[in-house]
Each structure stands twice: as structure tokens, then as C-alpha cells.
Design a protein around this ligand. Structure first.
Ligand SMILES: [Ca+2]
Ligand SMILES: [Ca+2]
Ligand SMILES: [Ca+2]
Length: 389
């Protein structure tokens, strides 16, 4: 019986030792693997379980000792020995309990430190989380800025490429302009030289012009004096000529005799036709004779012509402008005029008469100073030519 109890005590010691080691390992493992709060809670639980098991063992030993004691007092010496052993075991267990209590206190203290560290870490974690969020936000903003910058860079690159192309074109234009400028400069230099030469020529010409102008003014003055002298001489010459002509005409008139078929009256000769023609044919005949259709200048001439007793054309017509009578030398009809009553009538609105634009001397009337009638120029009449001598 005693040996059996010893065996049981030894096994209990083994189990207790094993449990204590396992509890220690478990506490260490939990301390490393879990948070400080969970690991402390587990440690507390294991220590409580160990104490429970020790109490159970103590109760079991007391029951066993009571049973052994009840079964007999036979081997009292062995029982005492066994009792001592049990007492020793109990002391050992109490000692171990004290050690476990110490370990527990140490672990509780470490748990408090770990809890403090944990809280510190949690606060740091929160701060880090806050910093992380801030950084994430700033990163987002930076990403947006980066994207914007990338787009701007692309646009700038495009602008840069465009500017490079424009620069090349401008460079080409510049080279062309520089070439043209060189040519223009050459032309300009040539023109400047020519301008200097022209200026020299101009100065020479201006000087010569001044001299010529002086000569011209002198000549103009002399010319004006000569012109005045010429005009005076011309006027004197014409006057002399007119006087000579008058004298010659008077002398010739006195000396000459009329050609055959002409009659002389005053200072004129008159030709009276024997045949009849139209007014224009008659006028042409007079021109061929070196004369013209008669122009009547005075009552005496009118009376002389009336006395010839021929119904004949005279040199008066309004064929150019109806109602405006002119003599064949272009002079207009002024007084005196010798129209028959109610003439000129331009045909008197009688279609049978036609237009009446030429004047005849009608000797069938009785009054010599009222003997003119306008008649159709196409009618045939005698005619009278006059030649002033
Ligand atoms: Ca006359
Ligand atoms: Ca008329
Ligand atoms: Ca008439």
C-alpha cells in the first residue's frame, strides 16, 4: 500500500512538473504570438488550473492517508515514514507553489509592462495610420498633379515641336530674306552711285539751265521788242497794201471794160443767164465764172436788178436753218430787205409748193423794193451772178 502511494506521489510530481513546464512554454509562446492582453489572460488561466490540480492532489492524498490510516495501524512505522514522505512532498509542493506565485507575479508585472508597451504601440499605430491616411491623401493629390503635369508636358512637347517647325520655316525665310537683302544692298549701292552721278549731272544741267534761262529771258525780251516792231511794221504794211489795193481797184475799174455777156453797175459786174437751172446749179455756174450769186446791198442795186426784168435766183437762202436767211458769202440778212407782201411763207403750208428755202427776184410785181419770194430750190430759174471789181 505504501509503495502504491509512493508511486502515485511520484507520478503526480511528474505530472505537476510537466504541467508547470508546459505552462511556462505556453506563456512564452503566447507572449510572442498574441497581444499582451490575450497572453496575460491565458497565463492567469493556466496558473488557476495548476492550483486547482494541486488542490485536487492534496485532497486525494488526504483521502488516501485516511484510508490507509483506517485500514490498520499495523505497520505504524511505515505509515509514519510514508507520512514524513508525504509531508516532505507537501512541503516541496508548497515551495513550488511559492515559486509559481513568484513566477506569476513576475509574469503579471511583465504583463503590465507589455500592456503599457501595447498601448504605446496602439497609439503609435493610430498615429501611423493617421500619417498613412494623410500620406495616402497627399499621394492622391500628388498623383493628380503628376497626371496634370504629364498632360501639360505632352501639350508642351506638342507646342515645342510646333515651335521647332516654325523656327525651321522662319530660319528658311530668314535665309531667303538675307539673300534678298544682299541683292537689294548691291542694287542700292549701284543706285546710290548712279544717284551721285545723276546729281552731278543735274547740278551741271541746273547751272546750264540757269545760264540758258538768262539767255532765254534776254531773247524773250528782244523777241518782244522785235514783235512789237514787227506788228507796227505789219500794220503799216497792211495799211499801205489796202491803200494800194483801193488805188489799184479804182484804177482798174476806171481802166477795164466789161467782158462779153456782163453788165457793169457801180463797182460790180453782173451776169444774167439766158437759160434756167436749179438754185444750186446756178450758184455753181457763178463760182465757175469767178463770181457768186448776186448779193444785194442797197436800194439802188435792187432797183438796177429789178430793171433787168428777169425772174432769177439771187444769192439768199435759209436751207441751213429754217427762218434764218444768209447770203452766199455767209453774212446774215439785215436791212435792207425787199420781200413781197406775206413772203417768205416757206410754201404757205401747201404740199404742192414743197419746202421753200431759196429766194427769187420776181419782176412780175410792180414795186421794185417788194419783189423777193422764197421758192423751192429745185425749181428752174434764170440766175444773176455778181463780181465785185
Ligand atoms: Ca451787191
Ligand atoms: Ca424756207
Ligand atoms: Ca414763197
Amino acid at each position: 500500500m505504501a509503495s502504491y502511494i509512493n508511486k502515485q506521489v511520484i507520478e503526480l510530481n511528474k505530472v505537476t512538473e510537466e504541467n508547470r513546464n508546459r505552462a511556462t512554454r505556453s506563456v512564452k509562446t503566447d507572449t510572442h504570438l498574441s497581444g499582451p492582453e490575450d497572453s496575460g489572460r491565458r497565463l492567469y488561466r493556466m496558473v488557476a488550473v495548476s492550483f486547482g490540480m494541486l488542490c485536487v492532489l492534496q485532497v486525494t492524498l488526504n483521502i488516501s492517508l485516511r484510508l490507509v490510516y483506517n485500514r490498520g495501524m499495523g505497520d505504524k512505522t511505515n505509515v509514519t515514514a510514508e507520512k514524513d514522505q508525504l509531508q516532505t512532498s507537501c512541503n516541496t509542493l508548497a515551495k513550488e507553489k511559492g515559486q509559481l506565485q513568484t513566477s506569476y507575479n513576475t509574469l503579471a508585472k511583465e504583463k503590465g509592462q507589455l500592456q503599457t508597451s501595447y498601448n504605446t504601440l496602439v497609439e503609435e499605430k493610430i498615429q501611423l495610420q493617421t500619417s498613412y491616411n494623410t500620406l495616402a491623401k497627399e499621394k492622391g493629390q500628388l498623383q493628380t498633379s503628376y497626371n496634370t503635369l504629364v498632360e501639360e508636358k505632352i501639350q508642351l512637347q506638342t507646342s515645342y515641336n510646333t515651335l521647332v517647325e516654325e523656327k525651321i520655316q522662319l530660319q528658311t525665310s530668314y535665309n531667303t530674306l538675307a539673300k534678298e537683302k544682299g541683292q537689294l544692298q548691291t542694287s542700292y549701292n549701284t543706285l546710290v552711285e548712279e544717284k551721285i552721278q545723276l546729281q552731278t549731272s543735274y547740278n551741271t544741267l541746273a547751272k546750264e539751265k540757269g545760264q540758258l534761262q538768262t539767255s532765254y529771258n534776254t531773247l524773250v525780251k528782244e523777241k518782244d521788242q522785235l514783235q512789237t516792231s514787227y506788228n507796227t511794221l505789219t500794220e503799216e504794211r497792211d495799211q499801205q497794201k489796202r491803200e494800194n489795193n483801193d488805188l489799184m481797184a479804182k484804177f482798174s475799174n476806171l481802166k477795164q471794160t466789161c467782158p462779153k455777156g456782163w453788165q457793169k453797175f457801180g463797182s460790180s459786174w453782173y451776169f444774167i443767164s439766158t437759160e434756167t437751172k436749179t438754185w444750186r446749179e446756178s450758184s455753181q455756174d457763178c463760182l465757175e465764172r469767178g463770181a457768186g450769186l448776186v448779193i444785194i446791198n442797197s436800194d439802188k442795186e435792187q432797183e438796177f436788178l429789178f430793171g433787168l426784168n428777169k425772174r432769177a435766183w439771187i444769192g439768199l437762202t435759209d436751207s441751213v436753218t429754217e427762218g434764218t436767211w444768209k447770203w452766199v458769202d455767209g453774212t446774215p440778212l439785215t436791212t435792207p430787205s425787199y420781200w413781197y407782201p406775206q413772203q417768205p411763207d416757206n410754201g404757205g403750208d401747201n404740199p404742192a409748193n414743197g419746202e421753200e428755202d431759196c429766194v427769187e427776184l420776181n419782176t412780175e410785181t410792180r414795186l421794185p423794193v417788194k419783189a423777193w419770194n422764197d421758192q423751192s430750190c429745185l425749181d428752174n430759174r434764170h440766175w444773176i451772178c455778181e463780181k465785185v471789181v
